[in-house]
Design a protein around this ligand. Structure first.
Ligand SMILES: Cc1ncc(COP(=O)(O)O)c(C=O)c1O
Length: 477
């Protein structure tokens, strides 16, 4: 019998058995993903209540716990890793990254500081430098991986604030289009600004920020004694996939002496493709920009990235001295992540990006992203063939937004019709779409971004949309 104080040190056999048993469940689960419903959350509240429990004093067998996870907990979900997930911004969940996490967590090395893990840190720095190169940043650019786009936006805004405003910064004002992700507004608030300091400027018919009203807002704020210091562009909005005119925003930021931040959490990785690069022109002119590898690189949730064109700005923003810390590196090629980011102890998240990129090379990611652009174009052209469908936003990247807009219905009735339309599509459970509201209009959207979504699932989705359209329209006859 193993004494309890030693029980956490597993034997080699137990370690192997745990991984083998988990791998068997995971591989079975993933092999059946395409057959699983795109959404199944009925009874979710009951499940939550049943699962709530006191802290365990006694042990439960591993197999029993795996049963609970794979038979009861994991199936009651949106199938976010499946091919039919066309909702919000899909992720994917590369298996390679899960294996990388296993390795990273099992070896549990310290990567917040360069000294204890020089090689591990370098692999993560490589990833960041590859991203810098992809967006066209110069050599002196730097960045770090976060847990997602929200925190990357927040650290971007804090960096802009620390670089451009004095310690008393409450006069500082921030500008973005009204289609910007709410993570940017939240970031501003968490960076210490009143929400009223964020100006959300109206967008044009392509859902891109309008430059005239933007200039006017800046001028008026200056006249009122405010300090405009930051303009945020969107490279792929969540609502419609719109890409702001990044070149024009960069010119405006330069003329007005503002920090230029781009939220490219959704759209940034399309820069790997030729079409994406064209549509994202100006990306490299941002002072800071956000990428979400857990979106456009298909990684599991938990990987975002902030890049800053002048890498030294990250150091100026985050450097704080403490006596117990080790000597940091003077050579700029040897990066101490805790010196350029908010975190100290953290997981080795670079490995989950590095492993799939090294195993496949960029070309495979480029091809997958190109396929998503093609599939969205195809979906849009199929939707256009349907009577009564209005295309609200054509694909700029991999989102198409649409709704049923039969003549003679007022706004409220049209919205009701579209809610019913959406429910009927999703009830078939082969694809899962979500909606948004723009100017009071309830709008459906398809976002294609999972590496598992291919033409056959899109055809099923379009069949379901056609059938649901017929049923929904019959309901108003
Ligand atoms: C354009 C955009 N920005 C920021 C975010 C927030 O990123 P995260 O969910 O990774 O925190 C999202 C999330 O979908 C997004 O689509």
């Amino acid at each position: 019998m193993c004494p309890p104080e030693r029980e956490l040190e597993l034997s080699p056999e137990t370690m192997r058995r745990m991984i083998d048993a988990a791998a068997e469940r995971v591989v079975d689960h993933l092999s059946g993903l395409a057959e699983q419903p795109a959404i199944d959350v009925e009874g979710g509240a009951e499940l939550s209540r049943v699962l709530a429990e006191e802290p365990p004093e006694s042990a439960t067998s591993y197999d029993e716990l795996l049963d609970l996870l794979f038979e009861r907990v994991i199936p009651k979900t949106y199938n976010t890793a499946g091919p039919g997930y066309l909702a919000y911004i899909p992720g994917g969940g590369l298996y390679h990254a899960a294996v990388a996490d296993f390795i990273a967590d099992a070896v549990n090395r310290y990567v917040g500081v360069w000294l204890p893990s020089p090689g591990l840190v370098q692999l993560e720095v490589n990833v960041v430098r590859w991203f810098c190169r992809m967006v066209g940043y110069p050599e002196e650019a730097l960045g770090f991986l976060t847990t997602g786009g929200s925190l990357a936006n927040w650290t971007g805004l804090v960096t802009a604030r620390r670089e451009r405003l004095p310690e008393q910064f409450l006069d500082g004002t921030i500008y973005a289009g009204d289609q910007v992700h709410h993570a940017v507004v939240k970031s501003a608030v968490l960076a210490g600004f009143p929400a009223a300091n964020v100006r959300l400027v109206p967008s044009d018919e392509l859902f891109r920020v309008r430059l005239g009203p933007l200039r006017k807002a800046i001028r008026e704020d200056r006249a009122a004694g405010k300090t405009p210091f930051l303009v945020v562009g969107s490279a792929g909005t969540t609502n419609t996939g719109a890409v702001d005119d990044l070149e024009a925003l960069a010119d405006l930021a330069a003329a007005e002496n503002l920090w230029f931040h781009i939220d490219a959490a959704y759209g940034g990785f399309f820069a790997l493709t030729e079409r994406g690069r064209e549509r994202l022109q100006g990306l490299e002119r941002a002072d800071s920009l956000v990428l979400d590898p857990h979106k456009g690189m298909f990684l599991p949730y938990g990987t975002g990235c902030l890049l800053v064109r002048d890498g030294a700005a990250l150091h100026r923003t985050h450097h704080i001295v403490a006596d117990y810390m080790p000597q940091f590196q003077a050579d700029p090629d040897l990066v101490d992540f805790c010196e350029i980011s908010p975190e100290l102890s953290r997981d080795w998240r670079g490995l989950r990006v590095w492993l799939p990129l090294k195993m496949h090379g960029l070309g495979v990611f480029r091809a997958a992203l190109d396929e998503k652009l093609d599939l969205t174009e195809w979906a849009c052209s199929e939707l256009e063939k349907l009577d009564g469908i209005e295309i609200v936003a054509r694909p700029q990247l991999s989102v198409v937004a649409f709704r049923l807009a039969p003549r003679g219905l007022d706004r409220e009735a049209t919205n009701r019709l579209n809610r019913d339309f959406l429910e009927r599509i999703n009830a078939r459970r082969r694809v899962f779409l979500t909606a948004t509201t723009i100017d009071g209009r309830f709008i459906l959207r398809i976002c294609v971004l999972s590496f598992r979504t291919h033409r056959e699932r899109m055809e099923q989705g379009l069949d379901d949309i056609r059938a649901a359209r017929g049923e929904a329209l019959k309901g108003i006859d």
